[in-house]
Structures are given as structure tokens and as C-alpha cells.
Design a protein around this ligand. Structure first.
Ligand SMILES: [Zn+2]
Length: 219
């Protein structure tokens, strides 16, 4: 398995993060974001949570600020689409994303996975690749009751300290998730350990993604 540098110390990289709910981006790609910042990349990040109101919006904003501490620039948007009913809001979501496309020009997009069993996540995935066609799209994974974890084809090895920081921030910010029996440190560290095994991560931990299309430039 060949490693390709996506960004190096001192280099700028613009990133769009899309998540249906307040903790999705952090669970799926939070370690990768923390890792790139820790390695000295200059990140310009546009962070969009598509459903959030009241307490969920407050915790989403506070968490994003912590995960993005050290980014060169950050834009945080919390939309108010109705949680659990994204498929029936598809038209409005697409209009929102089309409008977003006019304002951002990311190098990399993190979004939900096509194979995700959650209807809101799948809807975001389908609209991401429908709206953003000239971008590197990396689909992240969210462990859940449905048991929809898949084989991936892109890995980001994470330093142990980064992995610990990701879990620490998840536990700190998402009190509203703690009533869910799956939301604990072991779930996140176990999944990262398995992904780390699959990519032979030196630290043993990694996050995994799927990309559907990739153009190789030569010369
Ligand atoms: Zn979600």
C-alpha cells in the first residue's frame, strides 16, 4: 500500500466538512483534522452541520471550535434541517448545498459514506457527490447499531496523542449523546485500532475513508 502526501507542514489546504448531525464530523474525521493541524498544515476549514437547534447547535459550535483550534481560518455553519427526515427534505438540502458551492472552493471534502445505514447520512452523501463534482471527496464512517461498517480504501494514521485528544473532545462536548449506549471511548478507540491494523499505522490507530473517484496527474 503506497502512501501519498495530502498536505505538508506550512502548506495550505482548504477543507469542507459536511455532517448531518452535531457529532458526525468529529466522529468520522475529527482525528484527521486534529492530526493535520498538529503536523503544521495551514488549514482553511468550512465546517457545516446540517441539523442543529437549541442545545445541539450549542454543543456543535463549541465542539467545532475545539477541533478547529489551530486552523488558519474557520467558518462554522449550523443549518436547521429536521433531524431524521433528510430524504423528505432533499430538494431544500440540494438548494442549500448548491448555494454553499458558490461560496467555497475546497481541496478536500469530508462527507458521509454511501454505505451508511442512517437515512440522513445517506442523503448527505448522495447530494455531496451530486453537487461537488471536481473535488476530492472522502467519505467517513460512523459506527452504529445497524452494523454498517465497510471496507475502506483511504487511511490516515493518527498519532496516539491525537487519538486521545479526539476521544477527549467527543466526551467533553456531546453530553446529549451519552444516553446512547454506543457512545463511549471504547467504541471510538476500538474502531480506530482496527483501521490502524488495516493500514499498519505506526501508532496502531487510524481513521478510514472511502473515495469513489481519484484522478492521477502525471508530469
Ligand atoms: Zn449523524
Amino acid at each position: 500500500m503506497r502512501s501519498l502526501p495530502v498536505v505538508v507542514r506550512g502548506q495550505r489546504l482548504s477543507i469542507l466538512c459536511l455532517g448531518a448531525h452535531s457529532d458526525d464530523i468529529e466522529i468520522g474525521a475529527g482525528g484527521t483534522i486534529l492530526h493535520m493541524i498538529a503536523e503544521g498544515a495551514l488549514l482553511d476549514i468550512h465546517w457545516c452541520v446540517l441539523s442543529g437547534s437549541g442545545n445541539r447547535a450549542t454543543e456543535a459550535h463549541a465542539s467545532a471550535l475545539d477541533f478547529l483550534a489551530g486552523a488558519s481560518s474557520k467558518q462554522i455553519e449550523i443549518a436547521e434541517f429536521e433531524d431524521s427526515y433528510f430524504p423528505s427534505q432533499s430538494r431544500e438540502l440540494k438548494v442549500w448545498l448548491n448555494e454553499l458551492r458558490e461560496r467555497v472552493s475546497p481541496d478536500v471534502i469530508f462527507t458521509h459514506a454511501r454505505s451508511d445505514a442512517h437515512q440522513d447520512h445517506r442523503e448527505v452523501n448522495q447530494l455531496t457527490t451530486n453537487v461537488f463534482r471536481d473535488h476530492l471527496v472522502l467519505e467517513y464512517e460512523i459506527p452504529k447499531w445497524d452494523g454498517d461498517l465497510m471496507q475502506h480504501n483511504v487511511y490516515v494514521p493518527l498519532a496516539t496523542a491525537v487519538m486521545q485528544r479526539k476521544i477527549e473532545l467527543l466526551m467533553k462536548h456531546f453530553g446529549s449523546q451519552r444516553s446512547k449506549d454506543w457512545f463511549d471511548e471504547e467504541t471510538f478507540s476500538s474502531l480506530a485500532r482496527l483501521r490502524g491494523m488495516e493500514c499498519r499505522s505506526p501508532s496502531r490507530f487510524a481513521e478510514a475513508f472511502t473515495t469513489r473517484k481519484l484522478t492521477l496527474e502525471i508530469g
